[in-house]
Write a protein that binds this ligand. Sequence first.
Ligand code: PHE
Length: 495
Amino acid sequence: MSDLQLTILKTLGEKGTIADSSAEFPEINPLTFQSALNSLASKSMIEYKTHESEKYLLNDEAQDIVANGSHEYRLLNKVLESLEGLKISEVDSFMGKNGKVAQGRAFKNGWIGKDGDKLVTKLDKDATVKDSTAEQLKEIEKTGTLANKKDLTELKKRKLITLTKVFTFSVTKGTEFALEIKQLETDITSDMITSGSWSKAEFKPYNFNSQGVIPQAGALHPLNKVREEFRQIFFSMGFSEMPSNQYVESGFWNFDALYVPQQHPARDLQDTFYLKDPVAAKAPEDKEYWDNVKLAHEGGAFGSIGYRYPWKGEESLRTVLRTHTTAISAKMLKDLAKDPKPTRLFSIDRVFRNEAVDATHLAEFHQVEGVFADYNLTLGDLIGFMQQFFSKMGVHNCRFKPTYNPYTEPSLEIYAWHGGLAKWVEIGNSGMFRPEMLQAMGLPKDMRVLGWGLSLERPTMIKYGVSNIRELLGHKVDLDFIESNPAARLDQDIF
Ligand code: PHE
């Protein structure tokens, strides 16, 4: 407890109020005073008001004048002391740099004159001399200003005084006023419990206005925050998460199972990363399925004429970094064929494409993907379902455009209006999986499967205002950016 706080309480105890802190405690810095007041006010021991005003303060030279008289007054005294007059050449030796001012003002006041190389007094023997500079400064020291504005301006010009803002406080007793400051407890301790003193202890109230200490803890990457939002949307719509923790796939699951022909450009080295080691994957255990896929591609199965080319098992077993999470969806749908029933599945995970890297593209990114299997689904179901899904992430006006995917027919691109860019932007791709794919797996003819995918990066970049993808993913990511970004809410003003 500071002595100042006790002094304030004592003064209040004696006088009832402190009308003007600067008069009562002239030597105390107003900031120090205010912090003492704040501390007492927080305990309701006092109440106080702040008063702001302007006041002239004396600078060092002026304070010297108040203590020892003005330069001209000191010079006059010297002249009076020297019976035969004061040599002008000696003035500087005791007046220093103020010699000139002293002479000028003493001449102007009619106190001294020149006699050859000497200064002599011009005053009558019994004349009384008024040191008005010193007196004016004394008045300013006391009241902060002067009634005579001309004198005030003159002193300002001589840089003896400066105008400053001053804060003073008026203080009255508060509801908890006392001469001593109670030590309030901040914590309940085991000693207090064993001794029973806790029941009489007074506790410091919580200060809900104080800023909390930021806990030292890890932080989720913005991509993970948005991923979490997507997961919640999927869960709220009855979807379960697919096991997508596998980056290496066979061409079979990544392409062939999805009815992507082996000569499709997406399978080129320019688009897909192939692995050297292991160079080949195992064929799926279900031999009949393997044969079905071959049949579907070559032609003559499931009401389709196929692509009519010689399908190579070897090509389908090449290992690739998966180019889309639809490889996982395909495997899950194949499993579903064992016990077909309406099913909703999703995944959010990393995929790889051999792309030219620029501000918005990397060779890897994350896909958000959903598949939805049920009997007799139609294109209307796909559109309605997409509207429902995207409205959950704050996109209420979708547009659909026909597109082509090897594994879906019909296929639709989904567009949303981007207010910031003032244009329609593509936000997803969707479609109804082809019978060549589903029936080869053994799914019933009337079971339809809707699927759609979008990138995780695009909504994250929009949400967090990131224009270069390298700021989001890779070694250039700023850790501070990760730590300080708030949680994402997709349903709030994303587009
Ligand atoms: N795999 C597609 C893509 O890479 C997304 C998609 C998934 C489309 C499922 C239709 C059905 O964009």
